[in-house]
Design a protein around this ligand. Structure first.
Ligand SMILES: [Zn+2]
Ligand SMILES: [Zn+2]
Length: 388
């Protein structure tokens, strides 16, 4: 198959779209201009249905194939990061404090490229559900769309997504069966002690002493509770306690993150954290509160979807350029919410030599857009072939 010729033909067009989106990055759920642009393109391509307002600015579009068939979803994220761009590119961000430093401009472009081709050719049966989601970086836009009924409303049977990967060569894909990315659960702990004069600690319950003991004790979760053959991360990343040399303060705050690949490990770490915080605090005569902020589950690829997707990727880039045994990382991805509800797989596509993701010098490589778009099209045409 290689890159589909027709898609290669609109490489320049895709480049224009990508650079346009890149120059107008939007953060979180506020992807209004991006959504307007996507809608404009989809109307031009002649897709059959456009559903707006999913997770505020998300778009779900439908392309009908020929005859009855399945419902495959292809997903792209469209949000940028809250940071300033330092690339000096002619199409650099024109929005202060926002930058497409994770390549979601490119992910959106690859899906638009596939949409254009699929709407034009319709060499498939059933329907394609195109999902453009906001708030991947924070806020879990995909999770919100799932809660709003994405999977049930469109009868999605399986879903696929791509993320670019710096330093993976152009023309290569990688993924793995099972967990590819970790769950993330950020937490905030408040310790309520009793403040007073530093000269009379006996009249106080010192939240600093309580907190350092909690931080120490929490390290036992990884070393003593997690199965040595499993993985987990618990990092304390911020402590905020105290005001002056001679004052013992009332309260303290401890902030951090938990990451794991296996749902059971995630669950155990969360409950052990709560038990340790509560009981260590009690041991010192303090009280505590633990709050978990909106977490992401781990991104767990379904075995048969990986096999299917890897075969399609091989048809585009060749047999030796698809690695199905990539090493998982402790990053996170909200496509995980979709994979909790239906089958599917998340793959990396090589961005070639580039700055790292989330770096102020990063740029998505336009050369890979036709490869990603051809892969998306291949998934559709192979999973829902035309019936003769
Ligand atoms: Zn990112
Ligand atoms: Zn990303």
């Amino acid at each position: 198959m290689a890159v589909i010729n027709r898609i290669a033909e609109f490489y320049e067009e895709m480049k224009t779209w990508r650079r346009h989106i890149h120059s107008k990055p939007e953060v979180g759920f506020e992807c209004f201009q991006t959504a307007d642009f996507i809608k404009e393109m989809l109307v031009e391509f002649g897709v059959d249905e456009i559903h707006e307002g999913w997770a505020k600015t998300g778009i779900v579009a439908i392309i009908n194939g020929k005859g009855e068939g399945g419902n495959i979803a292809l997903r792209a994220d469209m949000d940028a990061l809250p940071m300033d761009e330092k690339t000096n590119l002619e199409y650099a961000s024109t929005h202060a404090g926002a930058m497409h430093a994770c390549g979601h401009d490119g992910h959106t472009t690859m899906l638009l490229g596939a949409a254009k081709y699929l709407a034009e050719t319709r060499n498939f049966s059933g329907r394609v559900i195109l999902v453009f989601q906001p708030a991947e970086e924070a806020g879990g836009g995909a999770g919100v769309m799932v809660e709003e009924g994405l999977i049930e409303n469109f009868n999605i049977e399986h879903a696929f997504a791509l993320h670019n990967l710096p330093d993976l060569e152009i023309g290569k894909f990688e993924t793995t069966v099972g967990p590819l990315l970790a769950s993330v659960d950020d937490f905030e702990i408040t310790i309520h002690g009793r403040g007073g004069h530093a000269a009379h600690p006996d009249h106080t319950v010192d939240p600093i002493l309580v907190s350092v003991n909690i931080v120490q004790a929490l390290q036992s979760i990884i070393s003593r509770n997690v199965d040595p053959l499993e993985s987990g991360v618990l990092s304390i990343t911020k402590m905020n306690i105290g005001t002056a040399n001679n004052v013992i303060s009332n309260n303290g705050e401890i902030v951090g993150t938990i990451r794991a690949f296996q749902p059971a490990v995630r669950k155990m770490m969360i409950s052990r954290l709560k038990e340790i915080v509560e009981n260590v605090a009690i041991g010192f005569g303090a009280t505590s509160e633990v709050r978990f902020l909106d977490g992401y589950p781990s991104t767990i690829n379904h075995p048969e979807s990986v096999e299917f997707a890897a075969n399609i990727a091989r048809k585009v880039v060749g047999n030796n350029n698809v690695n199905e045994n990539a090493t998982p990382t402790m990053g996170a991805e909200d496509f995980a919410f979709i994979l909790q509800k239906c089958k599917g797989a998340y793959l990396y596509i090589g961005n070639g030599e580039s700055e790292k993701l989330h770096n102020e010098g990063f740029d998505f490589n336009d050369e890979i857009s036709p490869i990603g778009a051809s892969y998306f099209v291949g998934l559709v045409e192979a999973s829902q072939p035309l019936k003769s």
